[in-house]
Design a protein around this ligand. Structure first.
Ligand code: NAI
Length: 694
């Protein structure tokens, strides 16, 4: 397939980018544009050129797969192509329908004219990948729409509709008709105009007031960027459009682009971008697997999770049958959902009539027969196997054949839950995170017998309710909570060794977490972990040896909800206060265990907590519980507050170097009395020895 189609429309040559899915500007497309341009320039019958893409996409920009490979800088590179278009002696008109993003918009900015559909979307989102527009965008956009508008667009990365640029040089003509027809007519007229062709490079950005504005922008962006390098680099390049000659501005922009490309922040952002695209795919399930239709959903349990899960579907316009054991619990659940929506009304995010529309999608019930027609049921009842058993055998009795039966369990064995039905192929885990209407993560837990089309349907459903869906195999706690257990244990061990909870929290907050592990524990409630540890001890038939957190629970301190946990909370306040009572409890615990407290450094806290995650992540990967390392990263970024700029624990380990991680783990494992979990995972050792990353 030719990446650029060449057609004549009278005297106008129409070059159509034809590289699905997004007309990514890889080497083949770049060469194709130049070949088309040269052909048009060489044909004396051609007087003008139109450059266009598909009806839904002009171009999504650079081919991200080429980033960092030799291909991305092989000539012709994007600036070469843009320069050639700009220098063309025959007028070049960009005809834009759908999206023109990043390099796609820069390409259009290199044309002499732009004709766009009113609802076309234009943007320079590079900053979201820790980059800046590196093919003239920072120099040409201010010349097209002015300094302030360009700076806002480039620093935010937010796209805008073409119609909002009416009257600027960014769009010479807006149309609601066929954009190629309009552009061909425009090009024919332009070819007849005498005089030099307009080029954005020849425009001067007005300098009046620019200094003061740029200083203001620098201050604002510096605060908002919180140390990320790309937004400030964007400001400096846009500033060059005022203070530097065009070619010098271009040179500086290119240098700044490559400098950003080499930062860990940009590597992390690009890693996450690729991770999100990979997560929706399973190697053994074809992309065209037929899906089961999901038109109505049942939710069991209207508690913390059931309520939040319900809201997801209501927001997507899907009717929900909500079941509880008693009318009072049902009423409480409905009232909580309504209150949630009312708060959105107060904040101006929702209209009252929308609240009513969404609430009307709920069918409350106490009776399982209401599930006869639903396509999917998600259970969010108490975390006890006997309760789950009752629920699933009832579902098996009433649900229609082919209905998908899901559990929101945090830890329990999905295979065992599936065995309570005669249709284990229809059973899987859909593990939401609290608050379920806000948290982005959805772990889709694949049982031994879960059917392929059930998995494919669940992945599609994740997209529909705007989640980042990651597939996990069955194990205790799945990907996220299994790793969290190691992270929590490492943080606890730091306190036992001699650190204070406040120190551990501060160290992790400096690493980038919004809250350290003990503040999170107080927020989430300490009683959940306490119950889990007691259950696990009972299951293993060993006496429960209480941790410090368990001893805190024994004092009826469950965290913020009871006014105290690891910290004290003044009534109505969320700010944690250190508590001498807890210091004493910790000191008593250490002496009971015969531990002489030592000084622990912030670096050690971070190393232990993060490498504990990495080591467990490596085991999860080796066991096939996670399909790929980047899935583990997505779980941690979207469900556990891992600092976004670090790209997830596995990405961070790659940055540190796996050999360094292994050395540290060996050091921890060699300490007297060290927990066996510090032994580096075989996969980690293997990759480190091969000099590879995850
Ligand atoms: P919750 O205690 O807030 O709500 C459970 C609800 O289920 C209650 O309203 C109860 O009346 C109802 N219920 C109990 N047995 C029932 C039955 N047989 N039929 C119908 N309704 C029944 O509990 P929460 O926190 O919502 O947890 C529910 C499930 O979600 C558990 O499996 C839990 O492990 C899991 N989960 C919890 C998370 C959390 O942060 N709270 C996060 C992710 C999963």
């Amino acid at each position: 397939m030719n990446p650029v189609d060449y057609n004549l429309r009278g005297p106008v040559a129409v070059l159509t980018l034809n590289k699905p899915p997004v007309n990514g500007l890889g080497l083949a497309l770049r060469s194709g544009i130049l070949a088309g341009l040269d052909r048009a320039l060489a044909d004396p019958a051609v007087t003008a050129i139109v450059l266009t893409g598909g009806e839904k996409i002009f171009s999504g920009g650079a081919d991200v797969k080429e980033f960092g490979t030799p291909k991305s800088s092989t000539s012709p590179n994007l600036p070469d192509v843009i320069r050639a278009l700009e220098q063309s002696a025959k007028p070049v008109v960009a005809a834009i329908a759908g999206f023109a993003l990043g390099g796609g918009l820069e390409l259009a900015l290199g044309c002499h004219f732009r004709v766009a559909n009113k609802d076309a979307t234009l943007g320079l989102p590079e900053v979201k990948l820790g980059l800046l527009p590196g093919a003239g965008g920072t120099q040409r956009l201010p010349r097209a729409i002015g300094l302030e508008a360009a700076l806002n667009m480039i620093v935010s990365g937010a796209p805008q509709k073409a119609a909002s640029f009416e009257g600027t040089a960014l769009v010479n003509e807006l149309t609601e008709a066929n954009v190629v027809d309009a552009a061909v007519a425009f090009a024919e007229r332009a070819a007849k105009e005498p005089g030099a062709l307009p080029r954005l490079r020849d425009v001067k950005v007005p300098a009046v007031g620019a200094d003061a504005f740029l200083q203001f922008a620098r201050n604002n962006v510096k605060t908002a960027a919180k140390g990320l390098p790309a937004p400030l680099a964007c400001v400096e390049c846009v500033a060059d459009s005022v203070t530097q000659p065009f070619d010098e501005g271009l040179k500086r922009e290119r240098a700044a682009f490559f400098a950003l490309m080499a930062t860990p922040e940009s590597r992390a952002a690009r890693h996450v971008f690729a991770a999100e695209r990979a997560a929706g795919k399973l190697p053994d399930i074809p992309g065209d697997t037929p899906l089961r239709p999901i038109k109505t959903v049942g939710v069991i349990g209207a508690g913390t999770m059931g309520g939040g899960i319900t809201i997801n579907f209501l927001n997507a316009g899907t009717p929900v049958v909500l079941l509880e054991t008693a009318q009072a619990a049902l009423d409480r659940g409905l009232a909580t959902i309504r209150r949630n929506y009312e708060n959105s009304v107060k904040r101006g995010r929702l209209k009252q009539e929308q609240v009513e529309q969404r609430m009307a999608l709920i069918t409350p019930t106490l009776d399982y027969t209401a599930f006869e027609d639903v396509d999917l049921v998600i259970e969010a009842v108490f975390e006890q196997m006997d309760v789950k058993e009752k629920v699933f055998s009832q579902l098996d009795a009433v649900c229609k054949p082919g209905a998908i039966l899901a559990s929101n369990t945090s830890y329990l064995d999905i295979n065992q839950i599936a065995s309570f039905t005669k249709r284990p192929q229809d059973v899987l885990g859909l593990h939401f995170f609290s608050p379920a209407n806000i948290m982005k993560l959805l772990e889709i837990v694949r049982g031994e017998k879960t059917a392929n089309d059930v998995m494919a349907t669940a992945l599609a459903l994740g997209k529909q309710i705007k989640k980042v869906a990651v597939v996990s195999g069955v194990c205790d706690g799945f990907i996220g909570n299994r790793m969290l257990a190691r992270y929590g244990a490492a943080a606890n061990a730091m306190v036992v060794a001699g650190g204070a909870p406040q120190q551990v929290d501060k160290a992790m907050e400096r690493f980038g977490y919004a809250m350290g592990p003990f503040r999170v524990g107080d927020l989430a409630g300490l009683d959940i972990g306490w119950a889990t540890r007691k259950r696990k001890a009972a299951e293993a038939g060993v006496p429960h040896d209480p941790t410090i957190a368990d001893k805190i629970c024994e004092m009826d301190r469950f965290g913020q909800k009871s006014g105290a946990g690891w910290y004290r909370y003044e009534p109505g306040m969320r700010e944690p206060q250190a508590d001498p009572l807890i210091d004493q409890l910790i000191a008593d615990y250490r002496s009971a265990k015969g531990v002489t407290p030592r000084k622990v450094s912030d670096e050690e806290v971070v190393e232990r907590c993060i490498y504990a995650l990495v080591n467990e992540g490596a085991r999860i990967l080796a066991e096939g519980i996670a399909v790929r390392a980047s899935d583990v990263d997505l779980v941690y970024l979207n469900g556990y507050g891992f600092p976004a700029r670090r790209g997830g624990p596995m990405c961070y380990a790659n940055e540190v170097g796996l050999a360094n991680v292994v050395r540290a783990l060996r050091r921890f494992a060699a300490e007297p009395g060290a927990d066996a979990s510090w032994e580096p995972a075989p996969l980690l050792i293997q990759l480190a020895e091969e000099g590879k990353g995850f």
